[in-house]
Design a protein around this ligand. Structure first.
Ligand code: SF4
Length: 147
């Protein structure tokens, strides 16, 4: 099992300047409005967004569980069990996101460059295609901005 770079920490305080994020979560971060799978998940997501907006982070983009997943109740033995076949389905979302944004799996980018790419490159139809039937769609800021 691949070790997740940032382990669970009840203090929500140990993110370094480099962070690993699975590609479709880069979109979730833009659309997050405080809804999520558990209190711990929401607290971690709020904390992560706060620090991403404060410091110049370098992001390694991947297509597997990340530090956001590590606070999610659906992650078991480093695999997403949110629904049937979810890890496979979510990998597909990650890969579509990378393709549309012109990102390479395993490569690193300044976070602000990724945000620019999202603003410039993602259309409403592409977002619908990537996110499919995501249960959080009606709560997503990015989705409501683009539709
Ligand atoms: S549902 Fe799956 S992909 Fe989403 S945060 Fe949880 S473990 Fe990660």
């Amino acid at each position: 099992m691949r070790r997740i770079e940032i382990l669970k920490n009840p203090k929500y305080g140990d993110y370094s300047d480099n962070i690993t994020i699975r590609a479709h979560h880069l979109l979730c971060i833009q659309g997050f409005q405080g809804k999520g799978y558990s209190d711990e998940f929401i607290k971690n997501m709020n904390y992560l967004i706060k620090i991403l907006n404060k410091k110049a982070f370098i992001v390694k983009v991947i297509d597997e569980p990340d530090p956001i997943c590590s606070y999610c109740p659906h992650l078991k033995e480093n695999v997403c069990f949110e629904s049937d076949n979810s890890e496979k389905r979510i990998k597909l979302m990650d890969n579509m996101t990378m393709q549309i944004l012109g990102l390479e799996c395993g490569h690193t980018y300044p976070y602000h460059e990724i945000v620019d790419k999202i603003i410039k490159n993602i259309s409403s139809s592409q977002l619908s295609e990537i996110c499919g039937y995501c249960r959080w769609r009606n709560f997503c800021l990015l989705y409501s901005k683009l539709k």
